[in-house]
Design a protein around this ligand. Structure first.
Ligand code: ARG
Length: 459
């Protein structure tokens, strides 16, 4: 039984259950490398300001290098008795190098230490995630480019509305993910500030140089209020909110993929490696991955609520409640990492079925708005044109024909202004090409957007 680092004050040890209940090492050991990074910077700073000798600094550096090796090769022995990652590493250091190890914690508390670790960890995670968002964007852009002129029904209320292209639809998600990457990058600015030096809550009596520590660790700024610095978890909440939005976007796309893959739509097929079968129904191929993405979105949303709720009642400064920030945060990083990776690969394995899309778009009078716009261009007020076309749709529906399949005389019974040129307008291509402005679905515009994104992402 190893002695607790703060045990001198206590008459009895904690019970086994309390030990397990209060320990965080099982999950916070994933911050081991950043914890060491933070300690090394702290030690270097202490040496710079004359609080730690060069000999002590050297042996701390040597000891930490050995510990890092042990952790990487899996021989480091984590102990629940030592509560968390910080005390596990510090104890091991002291075992290895003696008194110099005991001097490391000078002018520092686990409160500013853990806040620093989470920020370092999250900064790395964000950088990785932004890269993965870009990867997914690239796979969507490739798919969009191949389908810049692939007509599909655009829906509102899940009813056929107007023709769009599959490429345009994919590029809608590229836009969403672009905002997601921006949000992550923005959150990173507030992640990348240094709490170390705040000590337990009030600062420290040593002549510390926080700017120097910040510089060593690559932080942009130093947190300006010690009480705030040790109790702030805004940055974790902001990150999780940004992550929840990424998941929300992917959940919407998942819902569409699931619908599109159902035989009722039959617009796409998802590669077998992302689907599973049924244990009873031999014919089944289920879109498990998109379904799970939709499901896991609930998990990330839950983490966001966990973190918000964790913080709402805490008085300043540090409270042990904060230890509960890690699991939702780590789970969010893991869920998002896996989801983005899987999604980029899955979108590369989508088979598009243009015939099914065209069949569907021809069933819903999707060019009705084009007919109304045609009449407006011939001088009819839009509301009147709308009504004339509504009557034409009603008529065509009874004849089981699309608008473009009616005879000219039939169309003219709804407006004498309709001429032979209407049949060009009522084609799917005519409808698409007519929406030729920034943001429109015309294939030309979709290609313009694709080129813009390729330039932006360098792909
Ligand atoms: N394991 C703790 C956490 O995750 C580290 C800080 C503990 N500080 C303390 N005074 N108990 O928040």
């Amino acid at each position: 039984q190893s002695k607790k680092m703060w045990s001198g004050r206590f008459n009895e040890p904690v019970t086994e259950l309390v030990k397990r209940y209060t320990a965080s090492v099982d999950f916070d050991k994933r911050m081991a490398e950043v914890d060491i990074q933070g300690s090394l910077a702290h030690a270097a700073m202490l040496n710079k300001v004359g609080v730690l000798s060069i000999e002590d600094l050297k042996s701390i550096q040597g000891g930490m290098a050995d510990i890092l090796n042990e952790i990487r090769e899996g021989s480091f022995e984590w102990s629940l008795d030592l509560e968390d990652v910080h005390m596990n590493i510090e104890r091991r250091l002291t075992q290895m190098i003696g008194d110099a190890g005991k001097r490391l914690h000078t002018g520092r508390s686990r409160n500013d230490q853990v806040a620093t670790d989470i920020r370092l960890y999250l900064r790395g995670a964000i950088d990785l995630l932004v890269g993965l968002v870009h990867e997914l964007q690239i796979s969507l852009i490739d798919l969009a480019e191949k389908n810049a002129s692939t007509v599909m029904p655009g829906f509102t209320h899940l009813q056929v509305a107007q023709p769009v292209t599959f490429g345009h639809h994919m590029m809608a998600y590229v836009e969403m993910l672009g905002r997601d990457a921006e949000r992550l990058a923005d959150a990173r600015k507030r992640v990348n500030r240094l709490p170390l030096g705040s000590a337990a809550l009030a600062g420290t009596t040593y002549p510390i140089d926080r700017e120097y520590t910040a510089q060593l660790l690559g932080f942009d700024e130093v947190c300006q209020n010690s009480l705030d610095a040790v109790s702030d978890r805004d940055f974790a909440i902001e990150f999780t909110a940004a992550a929840a939005l990424v998941m929300t976007h992917l959940s919407r796309l998942s819902e569409e993929l699931i619908l599109w893959m159902s035989p009722r739509y039959g617009f796409i097929d998802i590669a077998d490696r992302f689907c599973t079968g049924s244990s009873i129904m031999p014919q089944k191929k289920n879109p498990d991955v998109p379904e799970l993405v939709r499901g896991k979105t609930g998990r990330v949303n839950g983490s966001l609520i966990s973190l918000l709720t964790l913080m709402k009642g805490q008085p300043l400064a540090y409270n042990k409640d904060n230890q509960e920030d890690k699991e939702p945060l780590f789970d969010t990083v893991d869920t998002l990492t896996d989801t983005l990776r899987i999604y980029a690969d899955m979108m590369r394995g989508i088979t598009v079925k243009p015939e099914a899309m065209v069949r569907a778009v021809k069933q819903g009078f999707s060019t009705a708005t084009d007919l109304a716009d045609y009449l407006v261009k011939r001088g009819i007020p839009f509301r009147d044109a709308h009504e004339a076309v509504a009557l034409a749709v009603h008529y065509a529906e009874q004849k089981h024909k699309d608008l473009g399949d009616l005879q000219l005389v039939e169309l003219q019974s709804f407006s004498p202004l309709i001429g032979e040129d209407i049949f060009e307008v009522l084609t799917l291509e005519g409808s698409l090409n007519a929406r030729n402005h920034v943001g429109g679905t015309a294939p030309f515009q979709v290609l313009v957007q694709i080129a813009k994104w390729r330039e932006k992402l360098g792909c």
